[in-house]
Ligand binder design. Structure first.
Ligand SMILES: [Zn+2]
Ligand SMILES: [Zn+2]
Length: 130
């Protein structure tokens, strides 16, 4: 069981499914949504992510995608796209313990910021992993 929460604590969630597709995303939309140079994500089957406290806010970040976040403190929480209808992506660093889900690669690195120097030895994919 993975558990997570936003910065202010109003939103708490859990997912019983084992994480997959653990990655660090360098795309411009994740960056802007988080105000950060890159964002760690893991994927669980749609429906296994469950909010247990609070009500996240949401918005459509592109025609096919919806992102949720805490309306009180702004912590980014999830990403869902109609392109992947069976999946929910969750931000690694909203977990109670992000050490539980280390990333396995860097994705969308074609738009990586020039001042981000990667030295973790993980695979770097220009676009998404195929
Ligand atoms: Zn919050
Ligand atoms: Zn991204």
């Amino acid at each position: 069981m993975l558990k997570g929460h936003c910065l202010c604590g109003a939103v708490q969630y859990e997912t019983a499914a084992p994480p997959t597709l653990e990655c660090v995303c360098h795309c411009t939309m994740c960056r802007r949504a988080a105000g950060a140079p890159m964002v760690g994500w893991f994927t669980v089957p749609r429906g296994t992510y469950r909010v247990v406290s609070g009500t996240p806010a949401s918005y459509r970040s592109s025609p096919q995608a919806v992102r949720t976040f805490c309306g009180g403190c702004g912590t980014p929480l999830t990403f869902e796209s109609t392109r992947f209808p069976d999946e929910t992506d969750v931000t690694i660093c909203s977990l109670d313990d992000p050490e539980q889900v280390p990333p396995r690669d860097h994705t969308r690195a074609a738009t990586r910021l020039s001042w981000v120097k990667l030295a973790d030895g993980l695979p770097v994919y220009p676009d998404t992993r195929t």
